[in-house]
Design a protein around this ligand. Structure first.
Ligand code: GAP
Length: 493
């Protein structure tokens, strides 16, 4: 049965996946904590992301960097000047909101990218009023979303919490390029926190003020953008895209990678659209019908992008929602840092003797939004079973397996179950161990947190050395010898 976003929020809190931060003090808008199940899921998402994207090339490596950066970084990147959201305030009460969201809700059309004066005229034309008290709204203004921080005592140095992880690889580029023996293309991946003073944080972890991003910055020679050495292997791969020209139809179309190149997108860019779609289909197991790339037009694109497609997944109540993006940032950032830091960030192509400032292709993902999406698409209020079933992919679910002694007051059974638990721990499975309540109740609880296999140790186990393995998806049960369990779990994923 279809669920609502509220059902998911209630469930996440009840099971401890995630919930408002500092709740004993009433919480703080835009900040969420992950409980232990949520933390396991988030870490597994991050590890899958790492394995997949770092696996693309031996010259793609991960770094871990500071979250507070000096003002000069954001002068160079353009964030000081451009990283603002349009804000609208009521002329009478304390209401304020993002102007594009307020207009979008009223006229049911995306208006991202319009300037503050354009939004002000739209508000006037459509006679939009304060949704709280119906008074007139003030003209739309731009609000910079970066958090300034003060460092030490008595210093005048200005610094900010980074609003995207991306700037860290850019300021690390020169050193990392040398450390990687100047090999290009170079990929610098970073999973870390970003901070934005969102005007209206909302929807659980979809819009936070402190959130985690997983971003891969690929530095390359811009002369090579029209080619990718492996493009031939993906040219017939079908991408689900909603191009600018197809917007009126509202539906994504399947277009081959070769077709997108024919329409003017460079091979290097399209190749990475394929890489990202495969991650969503093959690793995260998102159904194709719930996935699309959304092409942003010139007004909607981030200020640093030449080509910009959002990665979107369809969520309950929210429709298609941005979880990430493929951004061709050209030399916007390195150019800025080259100028402001006065360090030479050019590289030398040793074969041709050509000196150039690398361009950047950014594969950007919000970890919290992806975790939300995984939970949302997995959530199933299963009427027949009478409990929620979380259909998370085995490689991502917090617990792949659980060990249950049939009853907890029989010493031999408990000892055997503990033996199975220890064996699986030794093989790196970290099972959930549960001995409380009936087996049926324990199956239901396991379904609710996405356990794929429940392993029950019963009286027969004492003589046949096997356990009953129950599969979350089919509820089918089969006997598997304890000696073969690790192998069974490994190959059944
Ligand atoms: N480095 C590029 C960049 O930061 P972005 O589109 O602003 O691009 C990338 O952000 C991703 O970060 C988004 O697609 C989204 O998944 C996530 N994100 C952005 N703002 C967020 C917020 N306030 N709360 C949660 N996730 C957010």
């Amino acid at each position: 049965m279809a669920h609502t976003a509220q059902d998911l929020a209630t469930f996440c809190k009840k099971k401890g996946f995630m919930y408002p931060s500092s709740e004993i003090y009433g919480g703080l808008a835009g900040f969420y904590d992950y409980g232990h199940l949520g933390t396991l899921l988030k870490r597994k998402f991050e590890q899958s992301w790492r394995d997949y994207f770092l696996g693309l090339d031996r010259n793609y490596v991960e770094i871990d960097t500071a979250q507070i950066m000096p003002e000069a970084v954001f002068k160079a990147s353009g964030h000081l000047e451009n990283f603002s959201d349009p804000t609208v305030h009521c002329s009478r009460c304390d209401f304020s909101d993002r102007a594009d969201h307020l207009i979008q809700r009223a006229i049911k059309q995306r208006v991202e990218g319009l300037s503050p004066p354009e939004m002000t005229s739209l508000i006037e034309q459509r006679k939009l009023k304060c949704p709280k008290c119906a008074a007139a709204l003030r003209p739309v203004t731009a609000f910079n979303m970066m958090f300034p921080v003060s460092l030490g005592v008595g210093t005048t140095q200005r610094a900010f919490l980074r609003p995207e992880t991306a700037q860290s690889p850019y300021v690390n580029f020169k050193l990392q390029h040398e450390l990687q023996r100047k090999k290009m293309p170079l990929g610098l991946a970073l999973i870390g926190k970003a901070f934005r003073n969102e005007i209206s944080p909302r929807n659980l972890t979809l819009r936070l003020r402190e959130f985690t991003q997983a971003e891969l910055q690929i530095f390359f020679n811009p002369r090579l953008i029209s080619k990718h050495p492996s493009f031939a292997s993906v040219k017939n791969y079908k991408l689900r895209v909603l191009l600018e020209e197809d917007r009126q139809k509202g539906l994504p179309a399947e277009r081959t990678a070769a077709d997108l190149v024919k329409r003017g997108l460079p091979e290097f860019y399209v190749y990475h659209l394929v890489v990202i779609q495969k991650f969503y289909f093959e690793v995260l197991k998102i159904a194709p019908s719930a996935f699309r790339f959304y092409q942003l037009d010139d007004k909607e694109k981030a200020f640093y992008n030449k080509y910009h497609f959002d990665v979107e997944v369809e969520l309950a109540d929210h429709g298609f929602t941005e979880l990430g993006g493929l951004h061709y940032r050209t030399d916007h950032d390195l150019g800025g840092h080259h100028k402001i830091s006065k360090q030479n960030l050019e590289v030398l192509d040793e074969e041709s003797g050509e000196k150039y400032l690398p361009h950047v292709l950014e594969l950007s993902f919000g970890v919290d939004r992806n975790v939300y999406a995984l939970l949302d698409v997995a959530f199933d209020d299963h009427k027949q079973r009478g409990n929620i079933v979380l259909h998370l992919p085995p490689s991502l679910t917090p617990y792949l397996c659980a060990v249950f002694p049939l009853v907890k007051n029989k010493e031999e059974l408990v000892a055997k179950a503990e033996e199975v638990d220890a064996l699986l721990q030794k093989h790196q499975f970290r099972p959930l161990y549960d001995e409380v309540a009936s087996i049926g109740r324990r199956y239901a609880r396991a379904d609710e947190i996405g356990v794929k296999y429940c392993l029950t140790v019963d009286f027969e186990s004492l003589s046949d050395g096997a356990v009953t393995v129950r599969d979350r998806e089919t509820t089918e049960q089969k006997r598997v010898p304890i000696a073969h369990l690790s192998e069974y779990l490994r190959t059944s994923q």
